[in-house]
Design a protein around this ligand. Structure first.
Ligand code: SF4
Ligand code: SF4
Length: 464
C-alpha cells in the first residue's frame, strides 16, 4: 500500500489520498489527544448511546422513530406519518435542507466533524479499535508493510473480527429503525427459513458497513457525500471553519535565531493527524476538510511545547483571520433565516392542527338520486373512507342533522384499526321538499376522543 506524501505541494491537482498514477494512498492518521478531541469523544458516546438505545425504547407500545419504507409506516418523535401526510414530509424535508444550508453558512462543517454517523463510527469506534490492536500510525504502517507472520495474522484477524461484529451491530440497529423492534426480534428468534429476506438484509448491511469502515473510509466524505460537495457553494468568508492563521504562522519554518519566522514550525503534526490526509495550511476551502478539529488539538500541543499561544489553527472565519472582524449577520443569512422561520411556522401549524384521521366522502359515481313514490323519500348514495392515522384503534360516529337521515348499506363504520382505512356506503335520505334544493349537506364525524370533522357534500333531488 502506498503512503501519503507529506511534502506534496501540488495539492490542487489530485486528491491527497491519490498518487499521480491513480493509486490509493492509505492514510494513517496520528493518534490525537486534546481538549476538543476529548469533548468530541463525550459527545459521540452520548450520540452513540442514543442511536443504539432508541430502537429499544417504546412509548405506549410504539417506537419513537420508525422509517419503514417497505410498508410505508413512519414514526417521527412518536408521531405516526402515513403516505397521506406526504405534504408534511415534503415540507419537513425542505425545512431541514434550508436549516442545513443556513447552519453551514454560519458554522461550516460542524455537523461532519461532531455529529455525522460516518465520522463518529469511523473515528470513535473503528479507529480506536485499530489503535488499540495495531498501535499508532507508525506502528500500523510498519505492520502493513511487514511480512505476513503470526503476529500480523493474529492482529489483523482480531481487528477484522471486531470490525465485523461492530458492523453487524450497526447493521441490526439500522434494521430496527426500518422494520421496528418487534419484527427484528422475530427475525432473531424465529426459524431462519421464515425470514430469509430479513437475514439477507442484515448480512448485506453488515457487508456494506464493514467495507465502508475497513476499506472505503475517508472516500465517503471526499467522493460520495453530497453534503460535502455542497460546501463550495454554501460557505463564504464569514463562515466559521477550522482555519490556519496564515498571518501568524507564515513564513513557516524551523525555529531559527537568525531568520525571523512565523509561529508555524512546519512540523507537519497537523497533517499527520488529519483523517482525510489534507494540509489545513493550504486553506480552509478544501472540500476534503470534515472539520474534525484534530489539527487544532495537534497544533495546540505543538504550540504548548514551543511556548507560543495556542490557536494557530482554530475555529474562525476567513475574514476573522485576515482582519480580526467578528461574524457578521449577512443578507444571505437574513434571507435564509426568514424563509426558515416561515417554513417552520407553517410546518408547526400543520402538525399542531393535524387530525389523527383522514376522511373522504364521495357521491357514488354515475348515480343521481332514487325516489320512492310511496314514502316520498329521496335517497342519494355516498362512499365514505376513514383512515386512522394514529397508533391506536379509534371509534367513529357518523351523523346528519334533521330532517336528513343516514342509512348504512352493508357494514357501518364504527371502529378503525391503527393505520387502516375503513370503507362504507350509506344513503342520505330526505322527504321531498324537506331539504332546500341546491343546499349543501354537512356530514359530521366524531371520533372516540370527541374530535369533530364536518364534510360537505351535495344532495340531488327531483325538481320541485
Ligand atoms: S502543527 Fe502547527 S506548527 Fe506544526 S505544521 Fe501544523 S500548523 Fe505548523
Ligand atoms: S484539516 Fe483538520 S479539521 Fe480538517 S479534516 Fe483534517 S484534521 Fe480535521
Amino acid at each position: 500500500m502506498s503512503q501519503i506524501n507529506l511534502d506534496n505541494d501540488d495539492f490542487r491537482n489530485h486528491l491527497y489520498n491519490q498518487a499521480k498514477d491513480g493509486k490509493r494512498l492509505w492514510i494513517y492518521p496520528g493518534r490525537i489527544i486534546g481538549q476538543l478531541y476529548t469533548l468530541r469523544t463525550y459527545i459521540s458516546y452520548l450520540l452513540l448511546t442514543l442511536l443504539f438505545g432508541l430502537p429499544w425504547v417504546e412509548i405506549n407500545g410504539q417506537p419513537i422513530f420508525l422509517f419503514n419504507i417497505l410498508e410505508r409506516k413512519f414514526i417521527f418523535w412518536t408521531v405516526p406519518f402515513f403516505p397521506q401526510d406526504f405534504h408534511l414530509v415534503a415540507l419537513g424535508l425542505v425545512s431541514f435542507l434550508i436549516f442545513i444550508s443556513l447552519f453551514t453558512v454560519l458554522f461550516g462543517r460542524i455537523w461532519c466533524g461532531w455529529a455525522c454517523p460516518q465520522t463518529i463510527f469511523m473515528e470513535m469506534l473503528f479507529r480506536k479499535i485499530e489503535y488499540w490492536i495495531e498501535g499508532d500510525d507508525k506502528a500500523q504502517r510498519r505492520l502493513n508493510e511487514g511480512p505476513w507472520n503470526n503476529k500480523k495474522i493474529i492482529k489483523k484477524g482480531f481487528k477484522h473480527t471486531l470490525f465485523l461484529i461492530l458492523s453487524f451491530a450497526i447493521s441490526n440497529t439500522f434494521l430496527m429503525y426500518i422494520i421496528g423492534k418487534a419484527d427484528w426480534l422475530k427475525i432473531i428468534n424465529e426459524n431462519p427459513a421464515d425470514h430469509i429476506k430479513g437475514l439477507a438484509a442484515m448480512l448485506i448491511f453488515t457487508g456494506v458497513f464493514y467495507f465502508v469502515f475497513a476499506r472505503f473510509r475517508e472516500l465517503v466524505c471526499i467522493v460520495v457525500c453530497p453534503y460535502g460537495r455542497l460546501q463550495g457553494v454554501l460557505l463564504d468568508n464569514n463562515s466559521i471553519l477550522v482555519q490556519y492563521d496564515h498571518k501568524r504562522g507564515e513564513p513557516r519554518g524551523k525555529i531559527s535565531s537568525t531568520v525571523e519566522k512565523g509561529d508555524c514550525i512546519d512540523c507537519h503534526w497537523c497533517v499527520r493527524v488529519c483523517p482525510t490526509g489534507i494540509d489545513i495550511r493550504n486553506g480552509s476551502n478544501q472540500l476534503e476538510c470534515i472539520g474534525c478539529t484534530s489539527c487544532i488539538d495537534a497544533c495546540d500541543e505543538v504550540m504548548e511545547k514551543i511556548h507560543k499561544p495556542k490557536g494557530l489553527i482554530r475555529y474562525d472565519s476567513f475574514n476573522g483571520v485576515n482582519s480580526r472582524t467578528k461574524l457578521k449577520f449577512t443578507k444571505r443569512i437574513a434571507a435564509y433565516t426568514s424563509v426558515l422561520i416561515l417554513i417552520i411556522s407553517v410546518l408547526a401549524f400543520m402538525l399542531l392542527t393535524r387530525r389523527n384521521w383522514e376522511s373522504t366522502l364521495l357521491r357514488t359515481p354515475g348515480m343521481t338520486y332514487q325516489y320512492d313514490e310511496k314514502t316520498h323519500l329521496v335517497s342519494n348514495l355516498y362512499q365514505l373512507r376513514i383512515l386512522n392515522k394514529s397508533m391506536k384503534s379509534q371509534g367513529f360516529q357518523v351523523s346528519l342533522e334533521a330532517p336528513l337521515r343516514l342509512v348504512w348499506v352493508g357494514n357501518q363504520i364504527e371502529q378503525v384499526q391503527p393505520g387502516h382505512m375503513a370503507k362504507g356506503e350509506f344513503f342520505i335520505q330526505a322527504r321531498t321538499r324537506a331539504w332546500k334544493q341546491g343546499e349543501k349537506v354537512h356530514v359530521k364525524i366524531i371520533n372516540s376522543a370527541g374530535k369533530e370533522e364536518s364534510l360537505k357534500t351535495s344532495f340531488i333531488q327531483p325538481d320541485e
